[in-house]
Write a protein that binds this ligand. Structure first.
Ligand code: NDP
Ligand code: PYC
Length: 335
């Protein structure tokens, strides 16, 4: 693969131009660009510039509203709804998080349902934003079926990521953010693009046979991580992201989708709570004892540590030259 080294500022300008030239207003383009730049900065390669062609496809097809004006309301003092006006998720999340954080800080715990949005990004930015308010945060989102329930070869779940953040004293938060499939769909697509194989157990080909060929898995089906346990967690994500928000299950999202290659309409579920109100004084020092024990174990590292290390690297990022050319082409609007 030929790469071009781009600064974060060049990545910002490229993404912003692609979104602006394809129907996003400044607020939506700005929020989307922030998720792309954050992903490239932290090394979340499958959810940065790689996603721009998909974002643009759904703007061009008219499926996603590039001028969405998300509205935030309270269903109760501890239930916030962010209605995304059929736009991409980042602007609705940016507008909803302050209301969710306020409710959780005041009452100890609160939930936010995100509806009428299209989610195509990593989830860690939203839970990290809660940890910045000294709250623990959890978020999950469904997609379109490409993951089979344990024991089967028929897709029902999306890759259904689940993210969790825990605030720490004078340190970056503890954060995990993981697809509930054995591998995120984006990483399987990148492996296929780059001609790499994937571990056995990632997915099945269209005949239901195990394979290490990512292209065969993209025609077949992904498997949940961890067998029956991951399958149960993927089911929970469907129930939280669709059942609890009133939005679409992955299978319903696919039925309603226009197949333009971008993300379907769906929901996201957020839970935020205050460790300070729940556990009381001394909670941070108590948790640091646990993290100290964890990090003292040879061979271990905390989830999120790789990204936070990448974040302090100010050098240019190596980006696939073909991807850059594709995005540059998308910056010229079709007639
Ligand atoms: P990974 O498997 O790369 O990582 C999952 C988590 O495990 C991360 O928090 C990671 O931390 C941590 N981790 C990885 N390796 C280790 C290790 N050796 N020791 C300790 N912790 C480790 O993520 P996925 O491929 O499952 O997901 C990638 C992204 O795809 C996520 O951001 C997810 O939100 C996104 N996604 C989005 C979807 C959507 O519908 N919007 C659908 C599916 C996925 P670290 O990052 O520091 O390595
Ligand atoms: O990587 O599986 C994935 C994914 C789906 C939607 C956004 N990312």
């Amino acid at each position: 693969m030929t790469v071009v080294n781009l600064s974060l500022s060049e990545i910002h300008d490229l993404a912003l131009e692609a979104f602006t030239q394809n129907g996003c207003d400044p607020q939506n383009a700005g929020a989307l660009t922030r998720t792309v730049v954050a992903a490239e900065r932290d090394g979340s390669h499958s959810h940065g510039l790689f996603r721009v062609p998909g974002y643009v496809a759904s703007l061009r097809s008219g499926k996603v509203n590039g001028a969405a004006d998300p509205q935030i309301s309270n269903k109760s003092p501890v239930i916030v709804n962010a209605n995304g006006d059929d736009g991409y998720a980042p602007l609705a999340i940016e507008r909803g998080i302050p209301a969710l954080a306020k409710a959780a800080s005041e009452f100890g715990i609160a939930v936010m349902t995100l509806t009428h949005t299209h989610h195509f990004a990593a989830l860690w930015p939203e839970v990290e934003a809660l940890a910045e308010q000294n709250l623990a945060g959890m978020a999950c989102v469904s997609y379109m079926p490409n993951v089979a329930p344990h024991g089967s070869n028929k897709p029902l779940f999306g890759t259904n990521p689940l993210a969790f953040a825990w605030p720490r004293k004078n340190k970056p938060p503890f954060v995990f953010d993981m697809a509930t499939s054995a591998m995120a769909g984006g990483d399987v697509a990148i492996a296929a693009r780059d001609g790499h194989s994937v571990p056995l157990g990632t997915g099945l080909d269209e005949n239901g046979n195990e394979t290490t060929d990512p292209a065969a898995i993209l025609k077949g089906v992904l498997l949940p991580f961890g067998g029956h346990k991951g399958s149960a967690i993927a089911t929970m994500v469907e129930l939280l992201a669709a059942g609890a928000t009133g939005e679409r299950f992955s299978f319903e999202a696919q039925d309603a989708d226009n197949g333009d290659g971008g993300p379907p309409r769906g929901g996201e579920f957020f839970l935020a709570f205050s460790p300070s109100l729940l556990a009381g004084e001394g909670w941070e020092d108590h948790c640091e004892k646990f993290f100290d024990k964890y990090e003292a174990i040879p061979g271990s590292r905390l989830p999120g540590a790789r990204r936070h290390n990448n974040r302090s690297d100010t050098t240019n990022r190596a980006i696939d030259a073909k991807l850059i050319a594709t995005i540059q082409e998308l910056c010229s609007r079709p007639d």
